[in-house]
Design a protein around this ligand. Structure first.
Ligand code: GDP
Length: 526
C-alpha cells in the first residue's frame, strides 16, 4: 500500500466528556464494534473516584501494566481507527489538553440529564483553539433527561459552536422508544440491551402511514412536529463546516444499551477527517510529505521502581516511521533509534515495524524526552501548538533532606518533563515553585519523589493565582522589568521569564504601567 493509501485509512480521535457522562462505556462499545474486544467490561475506567492519592496510584499501577489503554486501535470498514484516551479527572486536565493536540477530531459525550457541565466547556475551548472537528453524542436517553431542543440550545450557547442533529429521539426515560435518523429516514427502536450490537430498525418516512402503526398516534405526531421544527431551525448539515470545526453533528443514544452507537460510528467513518497537517516553528508539515516527522504528546511513567523507564507517546505527522532507523531528536541535536517501538492493536501491545501519519507509537525512554519533543529525518523543526496553560495552584517545593538534594532536583525535573506539573524557578536562591491545575498532583509528586527518587519534600502554598509568560519588543525593557519585579519573576523550564501574579488586578495594573511588556496566558504566543 502506498503512503497516501495508508494515510487515507487512518482516523485518530479522542472521546471527551465530563466525568460520568459515559466516555468509558462508549469507548468500550466502539471497540466491540471493531472486534478489538469481545466482552463488555474489558475497558478499565481510568476514573479517579475519590480525590485520594492512593486511588490515583492504584489506577496508575494498573495502567502501568496495561498502558494499552492510552491508545486503542481497531479496524472497522477498512479504516484503522485510533482512539486516544483522555483522563476525565479535572486535576489531570492538562494531560487531556495535550492529547487533544495529537488527534484530528473528537467525539464529545453529553449526559442528557446533566447537560453541558463545567469540564465539557473547558475541553471545548481547547478544541476551538485548534478548530478540531467535533461530533456530539447525547447519552443516557434511557433516563429522563432535558428536552432535546433545550439541550441543543445549551450546547450552542455554552460551547459556542453551531449544532445540527442527525438523529432525533422519540421520548426519553421510561418512554424512550428510539431515535429517528433524519438522513436515512430510518427508525431505530430502542430495547434494553447490554449485549447485542445491532438494534431493530424500520425504514419509514415521516409521511408513511406505517409510522403511526410503529409508534402510536401521539408519538408519531410528536416526531413529525419535532422533525419539522428541526429542519426549519437548523441549516442542512455541511460536512465542510464540520471539518472546519464550525458545526457539530449531534446524535442521541444510550451507550450502555449499545443504542445509537452504530449510526454514530458509521457517520464518524464517513465524515471524520484523515490525518491533518500540523504547525511547526518554521512551516506547516503535511502528512503527505515523504520524510518522517512526529512529536511526543504524552509521557507515561512506569511506576514500578525497579523499572524506571518511561513510555513516550509519539504522534506520527508525516512520512513513514521505521523500527531501528535513526531519527533526529531536534531539541537535543542528536540521533536516536528505537529497537522495540510498539503499537496497540486489539488492545494488546505489539512491536511496530512501521507506522504512518495518524498513528501513535509507544517508545521506551530513559529520560531523554520532554512533552513536545520532535523527531525528524534531519530537518530542524519543532512542532508547535502544544502550549502550557497557566497553572491555578502554586506551591514552593521544600527539600526535607539536604543529603538528597540531587535526587530531588532530578526527580522534579523528570516529573515536570512528563507534564505532571509545571516548574518555575526563582533566580534568587534557586527556589522551586510548582504549579498545577489540581491539589491531587502535589500529593502525587510528593509520593513519587519519595518512592521513585528517594527524596522527601514538603509544600508551602504561595499566594499566586496566575502565571503570565512575558515578552518585550526590546531587551532593555524586559531587563528593567525583571529587575524591578524581583521575586515576582520566575523562569519556566525553557528559561522563559514568567510573571507570577497574586491577582487579576495585579496583572491589569502591571500591564497598564508597562506597555512595553506583553503578558501571555499560555506558553505559546507566536
Ligand atoms: P466516564 O466517566 O465518562 O468514563 O463514564 P462511564 O462510562 O464510566 O459511565 C458512568 C456511569 O454511567 C456508569 O455507571 C455507566 O454504567 C453509566 N452509563 C453509561 N452509559 C449509560 C446509558 O446510556 N444509560 C444509563 N442509564 N447509564 C449509563
Amino acid at each position: 500500500m502506498s503512503n497516501l493509501e495508508e494515510i487515507k485509512k487512518r482516523r485518530t480521535f479522542a472521546i471527551i466528556s465530563h466525568p460520568d457522562a459515559g466516555k468509558t462505556t462508549l469507548t468500550e462499545k466502539l471497540l466491540l464494534f471493531g472486534g478489538a474486544i469481545q466482552t463488555a467490561g474489558a475497558v478499565k475506567s481510568n476514573k479517579i473516584k475519590k480525590t485520594a492519592t492512593s486511588d490515583f496510584m492504584e489506577i496508575e499501577k494498573q495502567r502501568g501494566i496495561s498502558v494499552a489503554t492510552s491508545v486503542m486501535t481497531f479496524e472497522y470498514k477498512d479504516l484503522l481507527i485510533n482512539i486516544l484516551d483522555t483522563p476525565g479527572h479535572k486535576d489531570f486536565a492538562e494531560d487531556t489538553y495535550r492529547t487533544l493536540t495529537a488527534v484530528d477530531s473528537v467525539i464529545l459525550v453529553i449526559d442528557c440529564v446533566k447537560g453541558v457541565e463545567e469540564q465539557t466547556e473547558r475541553l471545548m475551548e481547547v478544541c476551538r483553539m485548534r478548530n478540531t472537528p467535533v461530533i456530539v453524542f447525547i447519552n443516557k436517553l434511557d433516563r429522563e433527561g432535558q428536552n432535546p431542543f433545550e439541550l441543543l440550545d445549551e450546547l450552542e450557547t455554552k460551547l459556542s459552536i453551531r449544532v445540527r442533529p442527525l438523529t432525533w429521539p422519540i421520548n426519553m426515560g421510561a418512554n424512550f422508544k428510539g431515535v429517528y435518523s433524519l438522513y436515512e429516514q430510518m427508525l431505530y427502536f430502542f430495547k434494553i440491551n447490554k449485549t447485542k450490537i445491532e438494534s431493530d430498525v424500520a425504514k419509514v418516512s415521516l409521511e408513511d402511514d406505517k409510522l403511526v402503526d410503529l409508534l402510536g398516534e401521539r408519538d408519531a405526531l410528536q416526531l413529525t412536529e419535532d422533525v419539522e421544527l428541526v429542519e426549519g431551525v437548523y441549516d442542512v448539515f455541511s460536512e465542510e463546516a464540520y471539518q472546519k470545526g464550525q458545526l457539530a453533528p449531534v446524535f442521541f443514544g444510550s451507550a450502555i444499551n449499545n443504542f445509537g452507537i452504530k449510526e454514530l460510528l458509521d457517520t464518524f467513518c464517513e465524515i471524520s477527517p484523515i490525518p491533518q497537517p500540523r504547525p511547526t516553528d518554521v512551516r506547516e508539515v503535511s502528512p503527505m510529505e515523504p520524510k518522517f516527522t512526529g512529536f511526543v504528546f504524552k509521557i507515561h511513567a512506569n511506576l514500578d521502581p525497579r523499572h524506571r523507564d518511561r513510555i513516550a507517546f509519539l504522534r506520527i505527522c508525516s512520512g513513514k516511521f521505521e523500527r531501528g532507523k535513526f531519527y533526529k531528536h531536534v531539541r537535543m541535536g542528536k540521533d536516536v533509534r528505537f529497537s522495540s517501538p510498539f503499537t496497540f492493536m486489539a488492545s494488546a501491545k505489539s512491536v511496530m515495524d512501521e507506522g504512518f501519519p495518524g498513528d501513535v507509537v509507544g517508545l521506551y525512554d530513559t529520560g531523554s524526552f520532554k512533552i513536545g519533543d520532535t523527531l525528524t529525518e534531519g530537518e530542524n523543526l519543532q512542532f508547535s501548538g502544544i502550549p502550557s496553560f497557566s497553572p491555578e495552584i502554586f506551591k514552593e517545593l521544600i527539600n526535607l533532606d539536604p543529603m538528597k538534594s540531587k535526587q530531588l532536583e532530578k526527580g522534579i525535573q523528570q516529573l515536570t518533563d512528563e507534564g505532571v506539573a509545571q516548574l518555575f524557578t526563582l533566580d534568587l536562591g534557586n527556589r522551586k515553585i510548582v504549579g498545577t491545575v489540581g491539589e491531587l498532583q502535589f500529593d502525587v509528586i510528593q509520593y513519587r519523589l519519595e518512592h521513585e527518587y528517594g527524596a522527601k519534600c514538603r509544600w508551602v502554598p504561595m499566594g499566586i493565582t496566575r502565571a503570565c509568560w512575558l515578552t518585550a519588543d526590546e531587551k532593555p525593557a524586559m531587563d528593567q522589568f525583571i529587575r524591578l519585579k524581583g521575586n515576582q519573576i520566575a523562569y519556566d523550564k525553557d528559561r522563559n521569564p514568567v510573571f507570577l501574579a497574586e491577582s487579576e488586578w495585579m496583572i491589569r495594573m502591571n500591564r497598564e504601567n508597562n506597555p512595553a511588556i506583553h503578558f501571555h496566558f499560555t506558553s505559546e504566543f507566536k
